[in-house]
Design a protein around this ligand. Sequence first.
Ligand code: ADP
Length: 361
Amino acid sequence: MLFLRAFFFFINRKRFSFCVNWFIIFKRLRFGSMSKKIEKIGVLTSGGDAPGMNAAIRAVVRACAYYDLGCVGIYRGYQGLIDKDFEELAARSVRNIINRGGTFLKSARCAAFRTEEGRALAHQNLVEAGIDALVVIGGDGSFTGALRLKEEHGFPVIGIPATIDNDINGTDYTIGYDTALNTVVDAIDKIRDTASSHNRLFLVEVMGRDAGDIALNSGVGAGAEEILIPEEDKGIEHLIESLKRSKKSGKTSSIIVVAEGERSGKNILELAEIIGTKVTGYDIRVSVLGHIQRGGAPSCYDRVLASKLGVGAVDALLKGESNVMVGITNRKVTSVAFEIAIKKQRPLDTDLRRVLNITTI
Ligand code: ADP
């Protein structure tokens, strides 16, 4: 009976839309997305550091100054949110940092923020400091944390993608990727000199647990013979055959670029040993590039990208956007929901793979 009454009440369209509107207003009030005027923005860097993070912080701080908003720097990522490690930043606080690698706000991995209690404390600290919205500069892990903060406390957050891996969905490039790529190509060029002087075959390990962008692009850019990447599982035999073919065609030295997350299930030393037993005529060496890939002054491309996205993040917050990452698509700053950004589904650039195959003949 009650159900029937409710049914007849709701089939009246006017009443129905009245109820729906109030439901939406209630939800917005409950979760805070009915844009509260933004007067003070917090900014932090989180997760793996990347060259260009400083340039992104600078752009956020300067955009706040431009719009006459307060800006608070939060040290050590989410850990600083929990420890209330805050500092007011003005336009001149970020002078002379656009050219510096790393992040002056420091970055951290914070286990406490993975818990509801940790996020509740972080939220309380934000509110107590009068911060109305947060800009998170980091990778997909940091965006997942930001998403939780939004879901549980309705706190407005905008993400800026900064990771050397270029493994974020919804942006053509992430801050730090271009610099890392140039560092890798520079290192491989140097390795090539010694490889060709001694008829050596070098296996060079580069970063990329889930994405082969660095390996594929540096492989093409540095003229590598082969690449091993997480997106493909061609098997060791394929690699051996390719090396034998190139030896037959007259090559006397070779470079193979191996991404950390490649799929053979062997580590790079084991791979070198297997190749050594099957391909003759090369002196086989291994070089793991490691953390040099994260360091160094950001390239001009990364500085410009970071500046665009830093300003874009503050613009987005002022337009009432939240729960999104600002990215770059066809040179334009775009917004994409965190839920989409954190999906690991960037397809392999098959055109570039083909280019590598052709140019290494
Ligand atoms: P990145 O942002 O470079 O991918 P991480 O994956 O280490 O780096 O994530 C950075 C931080 O983001 C973590 O230390 C943690 O504080 C937070 N974080 C990551 N995943 C989650 C999650 N599922 N829930 C809450 N916080 C998370």
